[in-house]
Design a protein around this ligand. Structure first.
Ligand SMILES: *Cc1c(COP(=O)(O)O)cnc(C)c1O
Length: 463
């Protein structure tokens, strides 16, 4: 994932922000379908439900904090991406957003492929039965052991990230008597996030081989010479939480340009291009993400047009959405522990989790929404900051949000759109026990990743 911040909207001041947050919603009890998983509703008693199950019952059974993942929504999103791109393209789910064996099975059943970027992710994928040829292996510093396992397993592609890796993968494949299908990851000089993209000077990053200065062309030259490698295409990933297609347009144009150079120099038309992931989702009501079919149409048009102009056959396209599939499907459920009103500033609401289950706010200044979900309230809105229980003042889950002024300890609140990069980036800071992920579908809830226990902590601590 891009390390760039997620600047959705202006930066916030640390004192009471003036106009830095949207006006309070007219009804705090309403749930904006844009940010909540598709089966989330509020029932007649005012309790929020997912898959037909009330959060009060879910909290009683599974405890808090916990992530609740709407399995039908996840599957529907997989199908929407697969349908949008059709049979002439491939959709790879980026496993780093959130990976578990249940997720791997859903992906397999819904016809998606899978990106992994570590031995651990590869093991998870294989152990849940994902066919190796549907796995792509990424990373800027894959170990010898990881490469060897990936080649032995027969992964569909390894995405080469550096000159050293071109030689390394070729050597390992040859020594195993194999020819590994590979793509070369290039940096196209575009970094995109949210509503902007910057089209210069972004080769300054650890990933990929620069198009600039003929670096990528040299990488292709080397890869084509090596018996252990079958070069099938070029890969580009330009950022994260992107809403605007302009960055993809520049990226696709530059990748196609490279394909044309490769044809001119080597007489080879590389058959695939991968345009990466990074498609944005709604974290708050202000975000307007695009539907998969819009994205597919835009990308297909760009690539077809550029290839026609260059006199190339249109390559097979692949994309790698992570956040856009899993992000909207889950929410984190917390219990309110303390409420501290600061006159003229805001009210600090402390929950039973925090930066250990959602580091994105601290790491990227990410924005989230939050709702009272165990009941409705007619109280006035209060400006709140939802904070965790960790020993850090930066331990913020939701920086600015309106919650009802009668919020009290024992209430349940939920933060939507936490399916991506929350459990997968969770930590044990303060020896916190990482929360479970509970899949909910058609009135049934099932733990797919269990809550950590103190025994788990002590098992690693060998004394
Ligand atoms: C992180 C990453 C993705 C997925 O990004 P999202 O923002 O979750 O869609 C896809 N491809 C590569 C190479 C990545 O590093």
């Amino acid at each position: 994932m891009s390390r760039s911040a997620h600047p959705a909207g202006p930066r916030h001041a640390d004192v009471l922000p003036e106009g830095h947050y949207s006006a309070p919603p007219t009804d705090l009890n309403l749930l904006d379908p844009k940010v909540w998983a598709s089966t989330v509703r509020r029932n007649d008693e005012g309790v929020v439900t997912v898959g037909g199950l009330g959060v009060d019952e879910l909290a009683a059974e599974f405890g808090t904090p916990a992530y609740f993942l709407d399995e039908s929504d996840f599957r529907a999103r997989c199908r929407a991406w697969a349908d949008a791109f059709g049979t002439d393209a491939d959709v790879f789910y980026a496993g780093k957003a959130f990976l578990s064996r249940a997720v791997v099975r859903w992906l397999k059943e819904e016809g998606l492929n899978l990106d992994v970027c570590s031995g651990g992710e590869l093991t998870t994928a294989l152990s849940a039965g994902m066919p190796a040829e549907r796995i792509a292996f990424h990373g800027n510093n894959k170990s010898h052991q990881e490469i060897q396992r990936a080649v032995e397993a027969g992964v569909g592609r390894i995405v080469l990230d550096s000159f050293q890796e071109i030689a390394r993968v070729a050597h390992i494949a040859e020594s195993l008597g194999k020819r590994q299908r590979v793509q070369i990851r290039v940096t196209v000089g575009v970094e995109a996030h949210t509503h902007e993209f910057i089209a210069t000077a972004h080769e300054d990053q650890k990933f990929g081989i620069a198009l600039a200065g003929g670096q990528a062309a040299e990488a292709v030259r080397r890869a084509l010479k090596l018996d252990g490698l079958e070069l099938i295409g070029i890969h580009s990933h330009i950022g994260s939480q992107i809403f605007d297609m302009a960055g993809f347009e520049v990226s696709a144009r530059r990748v196609v340009q490279l394909l044309a150079e490769v044809r001119d120099e080597h007489g080879v038309e590389l058959p695939e291009i991968d345009l990466g992931g990074g498609l944005g989702i709604a974290y708050t009501s202000d975000d307007d993400p695009r539907e998969p079919h819009h994205i597919a149409k835009a990308l297909n048009e760009i690539v077809t047009r550029e290839c026609e102009a260059a006199g190339l056959r249109t390559p097979r396209i692949s994309v790698e959405p992570g956040r856009a599939i899993v992000g909207p499907t889950a929410f984190t459920l917390y219990e309110v522990g303390t409420v501290k009103p600061l006159e003229g500033l805001r009210t600090y609401v402390s929950v039973d989790g925090g930066m250990s289950d959602n580091i994105r706010t601290a790491l990227y200044d990410a924005e989230y929404s939050v709702s009272l979900v165990s009941r409705t309230s007619d109280a006035d809105p209060m400006l709140a900051r939802v904070v965790g229980k960790h020993c850090e003042s930066g331990d913020i889950v939701v920086k600015d949000a309106f919650l009802p002024a009668d919020l009290a300890p024992g209430d349940l609140i939920a933060v939507p759109a936490t399916g991506a990069y929350c459990r997968s980036m969770a930590s044990n800071y303060n020896h916190a026990l990482r929360p479970p992920v509970v899949a909910v579908r058609d009135g049934e809830a099932r733990v797919i990743v269990r809550r950590e226990t103190e025994e788990d902590l002590l098992r690693l601590d060998v004394g």
